[in-house]
Design a protein around this ligand. Structure first.
Ligand code: PLP
Length: 398
């Protein structure tokens, strides 16, 4: 132990409530059978990748020069792949990106680590809004920064602007947003992004250095309202977009994503070079080559995401009908209701006695709530409803 990195030992042994809940569910499934256990712990997409992904992978394996297909690509990704992905963004968002604005990564996690490491200097603070994806803390600290949590407004999980303003200071390097959000499903409107951009512009001027915006968007395509998601760089020039195909194409295990650096970003060429430096220092080498080429040929395609809306509607209506208080998620595949007792861990423990597996909000920096990951088969939700109802009665909600 003495010769090991204390930080890595701590990270490797720290209990992740999400993983622990998933492991518990697996153990119970082995004991009592899959039909008795409803596991809402993980954000692992439940719909298969589209047929086109399999067909494309098969065609690439059959037809492409294997030396190229399985070889290293340049660190930033294959040039033609990047050009195709930039073209797709231009088609969708009316932008004028080139392939040289994209740095391909191992999923959104790789994108975030590269972006944070490219920006992070000792003493830097990165602000995010709680509740938030728990890995943010690990990634920010690995990049040498400090994560500053600003609580979101509890009624709708939108940005609490006075609280944000109070947290911004001369050490702030970037604000990290995630819309559609894990774990709340909250989506930021254009007006919200505009207000955020104005504030960051004002504070950058006041502190005499650029405050960047990092937009973590693995759920970009999973939205329920008809209003299109605002394209964040349209509102703030100094935005880095971190994206992933994990959720939109249901490919979390294939580890494919990117950082988009618009040409408008302050210090564009150096920042892009720093991303390469970060990828190098982290030992990522390049994004998986097979899935770079798959992504190139699957632009504009998603898995059939409609089941998530159906699941959201079923769960939200049922839980509200039972007396649970829950903000309406407008995207992603998570519900974040209030727990009927302040101790979310105690509520989850009672749910577990019924083999209903949930994750306490404390894991996301927001106690008194529970995350329900509804990327599951609809039948599982139907089986779970009587258990939620039993808990509601136990707590006198109905
Ligand atoms: N950011 C958020 C908000 C997430 O929920 C996830 C995964 O669930 C990630 C990043 C990491 O995604 P990836 O699997 O693409 O690395």
């Amino acid at each position: 132990m003495a010769g090991l990195s204390q930080r890595m030992v701590a990270l490797g042994t720290a209990r992740s409530e999400i993983r622990e809940a998933f492991a518990f569910a697996q153990q119970r499934i082995a004991q009592v059978g899959a039909q008795q256990v409803e596991d809402f712990s993980l954000g692992n997409p439940s719909v298969p990748a589209p047929d086109l992904v399999r067909q494309t992978a098969q065609a690439l394996l059959a037809e492409m020069d294997p030396v190229k297909l399985h070889g290293y690509t340049p660190a930033q990704g294959d040039a033609q792949v990047r050009a195709a992905l930039a073209e797709d963004l231009n088609r969708r968002f009316g932008t004028d990106y080139t392939g040289d604005c994209l740095y391909l990564t191992c999923g959104a996690a790789g994108a975030l680590c590269c972006a944070l490491s490219a920006l992070g200097c000792p003493g830097d603070e990165f602000i995010t809004f709680a509740p938030y994806f728990p890995e943010y803390k690990v990634f920010v600290e690995s990049a040498g920064g400090t994560l500053v949590e600003v609580p979101a407004r509890l009624e709708d999980f939108q940005i609490d602007f006075p609280a944000l303003e109070a947290a911004l200071n001369e050490r702030t390097k970037a604000v990290l947003i995630n819309s559609p959000n894990n774990p709340t499903g909250a989506v930021y409107s254009a007006a919200t992004i505009e207000r955020l951009a104005e504030l960051l512009q004002e504070k950058s001027q006041a502190y005499g250095h650029r405050i960047y915006l990092i937009s973590d968007e693995p759920y970009r395509e999973i939205v329920y309202s008809d209003t299109p998601l605002p394209w964040v760089p349209d509102y703030y020039d100094h935005t880095l977009v971190c994206y992933s195909y994990s959720k939109s194409l249901s490919l979390p295990g294939q580890r494919m994503g990117y950082v988009l650096v618009p040409q408008s970003v302050e210090d564009f060429p150096l920042l892009y070079a720093a991303l390469g430096g970060a990828g190098r220092a982290l030992g990522y080498v390049c994004a998986p080559s097979l899935f770079q080429f798959v992504a190139q040929r699957c632009t504009g395609v998603t898995a059939d995401l409609s089941i998530y809306r159906q699941n959201r509607d079923t769960l939200l209506t049922a839980l509200r009908g039972m007396g649970y208080s829950c903000a309406q998620p407008e995207g992603a595949f998570y519900l974040f209701p209030q727990t009927p007792e302040p101790d979310a861990g105690a509520f989850c423990a009672k749910a577990r006695e019924l083999d209903l597996i949930l994750v306490p909000g404390d894991s996301f920096g927001c106690g008194g709530h529970v995350r329900i990951s509804y990327c599951v088969q609809p039948e599982l939700i139907q089986r779970a409803l009587p258990k939620f109802e039993k808990l509601a009665r136990m707590y006198g909600l109905m």
